[in-house]
Design a protein around this ligand. Structure first.
Ligand code: HEM
Length: 273
């Protein structure tokens, strides 16, 4: 499937551009280091754009590919274990992207860090330890976040994609195509950074792919932050275990979930205007 190969090409571009960005980023002064990169380093804004655009493309491609596979019932050709690991690519990708968002260190990233810590801590038994492992202890710098962003989640995303693609690297054509697309979009649409502190009375928005969850959390208890995604993953994962009416019911539940997510996203965007 061409979409799957292109998506993998985007992951390669994200990793290579991430490695090129790393020397410019400081865990102790994240926002200042990125402002220097985008404002005072030749091609800095573009390099940052390539990384962001390719990562967003990787997420969008992963979702589109998943929908395509379910639509064509191609999941039935995969062993169950492989299917669950394909589904796991979705949260791994979101966590990789979220880590990158936190690394901006602007007011929106700081607010997202607080919310993410609260959501992680609300997971019974392991939550507090998990939050400390992924985000460091409160008040620490962003080094643990960066480590998991560039290390743990990048490696996991690569391994899961490689198993699914049955090769260690994607083909050259898809990678070149993904790179050229990212280069062009990054040049056309510069990615801005937010303010260092929250503007008075303004609503701070998280990353675009988590707006639905942010919107839901305005009305639901904090445990919804992990329970809602878990529900979707369980529905999509279990699709491989059933057939006929049960399959349709699980897919309908996943579709209803996605529609609700979209509605919360739109609602939040309207409230933020
Ligand atoms: C070796 C691997 C990687 C390294 C060294 C790396 C490094 C970085 C650095 C230094 C930043 C902060 C700069 C900025 O915000 O523009 C960043 C941000 C980001 N990274 Fe990575 N990264 C890597 C892999 C990935 C992967 C695999 C993804 C996604 C699939 C990803 C997604 C992002 C995103 C979405 C941002 C935030 C961009 C923004 O909103 O400004 N990165 N990364």
């Amino acid at each position: 499937m061409i979409l799957g190969r292109l998506t993998w090409g985007l992951l390669v571009v994200a990793v290579l551009s991430g490695l090129a960005l790393a020397p410019f980023w400081s865990a102790a002064r994240p926002l200042e280091s990125l402002e220097t990169l985008t404002g005072a380093t030749p091609w800095g804004f573009w390099l940052r754009g390539v990384h962001t655009v390719s990562s967003w493309g990787f997420l969008a491609g992963t979702i589109a590919h998943l929908v395509e596979v379910l639509w064509k019932k191609a999941d039935t050709r995969l062993p169950r274990g492989v299917w669950w690991r394909c589904v796991a690519l979705l949260p791994v990708t979101i966590l990789a992207l979220l880590g990158g968002f936190l690394m901006r260190g602007d007011a929106e990233a700081q607010a997202a860090l607080t919310v993410w810590r609260e959501v992680s801590t609300s997971i019974p038994f392991v939550g507090r330890a998990l939050a400390a492992l992924l985000l460091g202890v409160p008040g620490s710098d962003l080094a643990p976040v960066a480590l998991h962003h560039a290390g743990t989640f990048t490696l996991l995303a690569w391994l899961l994609t490689a198993e699914h693609g049955r090769a260690l690297v994607p083909d050259l054509r898809s990678t070149v195509l993904a790179a050229l697309g990212s280069f062009a979009v990054a040049g056309l649409f510069p990615i801005s950074l937010g303010p260092a502190t929250a503007p008075a009375g303004g609503l701070l928005l998280g990353p675009w792919y988590l707006l639905g969850l942010q919107g839901a959390l305005l009305h639901l208890p904090v445990t919804a932050g992990w329970l809602l995604p878990l529900f979707l993953l369980a529905a999509v994962g279990l699709v491989r275990h059933v057939e006929g009416r049960w399959r349709s019911m699980l897919l309908a539940a996943a579709a209803a979930w996605s529609a609700g997510y979209l509605a919360f996203t739109v609602r939040l965007l309207l409230a933020a205007r």
